[in-house]
Ligand binder design. Sequence first.
Ligand code: ZN
Length: 424
Amino acid sequence: MTSIGKVVPIVGVIQNYAWGKKGTESEVAKLYKGSIPSFNIQPGSPYAELWFGTHPKGPSKLLENSELLTSWLSKNLQQASCNHSNELPFLLKVLSVDTALSIQIHPNKLEAGELHKWNPREYPDSNHKPEMAIALTSFEALCGFRPLQEIEHYFCDLDELKILTKLVTDSAHHVTTAGKIFQTELDFKNSFVSLMNCDAGIVKEQAASLNGRISKNNEMKSDPNHALFLRLHCQYPGDVGCFCVYFLNYVTLKPGEALFLQSNLPHAYIHGDCIECMANSDNVVRAGLTPKFRDVDTLCRLVKYENRQIRDVLFDSLAKDFKKYTMPATSTSSILLVTKGQAKLYCINKSNEDNDDNNGGRNSAGTNSLKSDTKPDRNDHRWKKIDIKTGLNKENGNGVLRNAPSEQKGNKAKNDSAKPGELN
Ligand SMILES: [Zn+2]
């Protein structure tokens, strides 16, 4: 068995959706050019997504000979002990968002199965879609319901919200008697459901009213949430989703920070570039800020009505120090993406090493006989070096697929270890 050839540079597939950043503003376009230097970035064209994986809508190919990744995987996985066939169980994307994406949730596995049975056209598979977004540039998103006091604050200030959620007739009573808009914690749930189900004509009217008030009032404009309302209203005039800024946390991730979007957590990407990794599924329940199919009933039924602080939805990237990063071994294939600078990737077949298999082959390279500070020996034929460069003026690919570990006698999975050297 040899695993030396099991790390292979791949090229992603661009998706030119209209909401993408245009020209060289787009990280997607720049990263793609890192792979294909002859690629001509058109200044007025949107470059929304770059897909790495085996999804039929955008299957990756090998950099060296344009072979489909699925074909390469089927040839190289014959004796492999991984949990997938010639298709990867995940999809890795780079997103460059210029115009906000829909207010959405992703169902859990059980719900996805039910939705798929009920409406296979809009819910095309029965898989769940947990996703993680890691910011590459300053990245704005709405995520999770705000703390109750924050929602109440905007209800107190904005008559439009009271009208849309039918609180207008008794809101004065609520405010004066209890000092609160919401009498119980779940009152905000009823308000959210009322808002999302409100007559489109009334929504349009109230959105125009609020848009006019904020535009004329500098104090209001200085509130980031009102400022976001203006931006969204400009992109989606009269859309009920504009009012979601007062229900959902508005977060701006710094590069390297991440959001994990578990099932039924409401979210919307607003602007910026990120890496997004998700299960292989297209199941999205949308309810606002979109020309696509809206399923308000399902979203209101499944969404998690939990109030969260921003710090509860946000966390730092696990790999803060990208200078030297030893990749943990996994039981499935993985994709490495170099987003800046260049990397020297050294891989070694560890099957001949004295491995400790007590933890099922999932231990990081540093805990095995190959220590994390092991220097690659360039004269040792077992080492293979792959140069990965990226950026507008660099050559070579930026995506690398690391294959799953191969099966050993006794069904023990051993690890290939892939070790990047310095990232310059
Ligand atoms: Zn999503």
